[in-house]
Design a protein around this ligand. Structure first.
Ligand code: C2E
Ligand code: CA
Ligand code: CA
Length: 711
């Protein structure tokens, strides 16, 4: 047989830990992301706020410088002396004295240009030296100067390039302090203030703009700047300075802390991850172990019932690819007795040894299971001859087992079945079980394959059981009476009550329906019906003893003595006339229960006969212990008297009973020859077809009359 395809173990809830870890990781990463965003936003916002402040400050500085320049121009332009001087024929000396020389070293302006209303230079000075500022600053400046010649327009101011420098330039019409003529064009005074490194430095100091510089080049990307353009919009240069970026500075300062925190967080996450994986693996391992445990028998290490069930289900449900399964159910014979006799430790070792042997004798077999107690199972895919598998297993188990220094012999009964298409595991097990049941019922130590007739038999049994139950309930069960006669005189000393039953299909022998009643739990009721009918029969015939058979199950029922006594009382029957026949099997199986019942009933005058003596264990010990009043020698011993040795056995048996002072009844006397032998051997009573067959009450009536007639 080939091996089973094993499906991967199902691991319920093993996903929980990874899922929890994943959620934890996502949450942790999301929170980290948020924190990083907050920190970076704080950094950038801090930078932006400071940049804005710095830019505003620089702008304000420039505006202030321009205002100052405009103010200075205004103070000098609306000035009577200046107006008069410029109206004079040669204003040059006045200009030089009052403005030109001043421009050499004056904080408010660095250069001065006086132009006529058409923008032509009258006089120009730069840092105290004459300079043609109109040429230097070009046509755009002329436009500003011409525009400023008219009043009513505010002082014109712009930035211009003056040689290498950028200059703030403001112009205003030079006019009398009062009553200036708005319609007229005046000469124009222009002051210019150079933006030199020194100026820039002082602005930087005043407005906290470290690194402020004037440059013609475009500032670097991370620099802040203000752009200077001439009136036409052309770039003159830049006032640039590095941003202080306080946010970045704070960020840089806390960066080690943040880095540390990030590392700690990372380590934490890594630890959680590792722990989670370890935990998850452990859970998987535990789940697999629990699953294994749930499927296996701890004593033998084999699959247990549910493990076998699952394996069968999986294989059977995997359908087409698998040709089918053969299942052998094995029941050990005699294990219980060994367990009882030698103790559980030996029993456990024996179970392990059996498991090893079963596994060993079919190493290629797919499944070996222990279903509990002393039941095992072998299962495999169809292929090998199942009968051969069974025979090998039987042969293996018949070999004695050595447990410690004991040599123990066992046997086994096997029932097996092969799956059919679309059959489920339950049905396969049921069929093997039906076969096993039949083996155990009909003699152990064999193997039997399931056939449909087994099921039909079981159905028949179920049907029969039903009818028997009805026969008991409706009391249609009948009782036959067989005479028990004196071996010497042939006089009827008593009768044995024997149950008789006619089922729907015809008469059924007691050998069949008595065990059936025992199995179906009907034996107590059956026994009561027989006993009652028998007592009523015997009551009408004084001088006759009544023997009634009692099944071991009946005898061991706790209420048996009570029910017998109460019936005797109810029927007013003399207990001294009642003999109960029991077989020796019960004395060995449940000696305590049997003894209690026997003692209790004997105390009330009821006698006991040991039935079928010689057919089984024939224990002399039992005879003595239980104190029997009579011994019935089994028919098989009587039949055996034909041979010399059989006769000797018979004689010895009777002698044994005599030695114990127990009167003997010989059963199954069919011939006068047998009657002679038993009489000569010393049997007191005999019973058999010779003296009379079991009879119905009516027949017995006739029988008695014929006897009376003969006498
Ligand atoms: P048993 O107690 O040994 O009963 C004697 C059996 O031997 C009876 O079989 C009887 O018909 C048969 N027999 C008697 N004389 C002869 C003979 O000369 N030759 C042959 N070949 N057989 C003879 P039966 O009636 O078929 O009963 C079979 C067994 O069923 C009984 O064996 C007894 O164990 C059991 N049984 C019968 N009735 C009852 C009952 O009411 N209760 C219980 N518990 N068992 C009963
Ligand atoms: Ca009997
Ligand atoms: Ca008997």
């Amino acid at each position: 047989m080939k091996t089973f395809r094993k499906r991967p173990d199902r691991l319920p809830r093993a996903w929980i830990v990874p899922a929890a870890i994943a959620i934890f990781l996502v949450v942790a990463l999301f929170l980290s992301f948020l924190m990083a965003r907050v920190v970076l936003t704080m950094r950038d916002t801090g930078n932006q706020i400071d940049n804005l402040r710095a830019t505003n400050a620089a702008h304000a500085a420039l505006v202030a410088a321009e205002k100052r320049l405009v103010g200075t121009v205004h103070d000098n332009a609306a000035w009577n002396s200046a107006f008069k001087a410029l109206e004079a024929s040669d204003p040059q000396p006045w200009i030089e004295e009052n403005w030109g020389s001043v421009s050499a070293d004056y904080p408010l302006y660095d250069g001065v240009a006086v132009t006529d209303p058409q923008g032509r230079l009258i006089a120009g000075y730069l840092k105290g030296e004459p300079a043609d500022l109109v040429s230097i600053m070009g046509p755009e400046f002329v436009a500003q100067a011409v525009a400023a010649a008219h009043l009513g327009r505010s002082a014109k101011r712009h930035e211009f390039r003056v040689k290498d420098d950028i200059a703030l330039v403001a112009s205003e019409a030079v006019r009398p302090e009062q009553d200036a003529d708005p319609a007229r064009a005046y000469n124009v005074l222009t002051f210019l203030k150079l933006l030199t490194p020194a100026t820039v430095d002082s602005v930087a100091g005043d407005y906290q703009l470290a690194g402020l510089r004037l440059t013609a080049d475009e500032p670097a990307k991370d620099e802040l700047f203000l752009k200077f353009t001439d009136p036409k919009g052309a770039t003159l240069g830049y006032l640039a300075w590095p941003g202080r970026n306080p946010g970045t500075r704070v960020f840089e300062e806390v960066k080690p802390i943040l880095t540390g925190a990030a590392i700690v967080l990372f380590l934490l996450l890594a630890a959680v991850l590792l722990a989670g994986f370890a935990e998850s693996r452990e859970l998987r391992r535990l789940a697999a172990a629990a699953d294994h445990e749930a499927r296996h028998d701890s004593l033998s290490g084999l699959l247990n019932r549910s493990g076998l069930m699952r394996a069968l289900e999986e294989t059977l449900s995997s359908g087409g690819q698998v040709p089918g399964l053969t299942l052998h159910l094995i029941d050990l014979d005699g294990f219980k007795a060994i367990n009882d006799a030698w103790g559980h430790s030996v029993g456990d070792q024996l179970i392990r040894a059996v498991a090893a042997r079963l596994t060993g004798c079919h190493p290629d077999l797919a499944l070996v299971a222990r279903l509990g107690g002393d039941e095992f199972a072998l299962a495999g895919e169809r292929g090998t001859d199942p009968k051969q598998v069974a025979d090998t297993a039987l042969a293996a188990l018949v070999q004695p087992f050595r447990i410690g220094d004991r040599l123990i012999e066992l046997g086994a009964s096997i029932g097996y079945a092969t799956s059919e298409p679309a059959m489920d595991a339950f049905e396969l097990i049921r069929r093997a079980d039906v076969a096993l049941y039949r083996v155990k019922e009909t003699g152990k130590g064999r193997a039997l394959a399931y056939t449909r007739s087994l099921d039909r038999d079981r159905e028949d049994v179920a049907l029969l059981e039903d009818q028997l139950r009805r026969a008991i309930d409706e009391r249609t069960l009948e009782v036959a009476f067989q005479p028990v006669v004196s071996a010497q005189t042939g006089a009827v000393s008593g009768v044995e009550a024997l149950a008789r039953w006619t089922a729907d299909r015809g008469p059924v022998r007691p050998d069949i329906f008595i065990p059936l009643a025992e199995k179906a739990g009907l034996i107590d009721k059956l026994g009561a019906v027989v006993m009652e009918k028998a007592i009523r029969f015997a009551k009408a015939r004084p001088g006759i003893e009544l023997s009634v058979n009692v099944s071991p199950l009946q005898l061991c029922a706790s209420d048996f003595p009570e029910s017998v006594l109460s019936m005797l009382e109810r029927e007013a029957f003399d207990p001294g006339k009642l003999i109960l026949e029991v077989t020796e099997g019960v004395l060995i199986a449940s000696p305590d229960l049997a003894q209690r019942a026997i003692q209790q009933l004997r105390a009330r005058g009821i006698r006991f006969a040991l039935d079928d003596f010689g057919s089984g264990y024939a224990s002399i010990g039992a005879l003595r212990t239980f104190g029997f009043d009579r011994m019935k020698i089994d028919r098989s011993l009587v039949t055996a008297c034909q041979s010399e040795s059989g006769l000797e056995v018979f004689k010895a048996t009777v002698a044994l009973a005599s030695a114990l002072s127990i009167p003997v009844t010989a059963e199954g006397i069919e011939t006068p020859e047998q009657a002679r032998i038993v009489r000569e051997t010393g049997c007191q009573l005999l019973q058999g077809y010779l003296a009379g067959r079991p009879m119905s009450p009516l027949e017995f009536e006739a029988y008695q009359s014929s006897l009376a007639g003969a006498a």
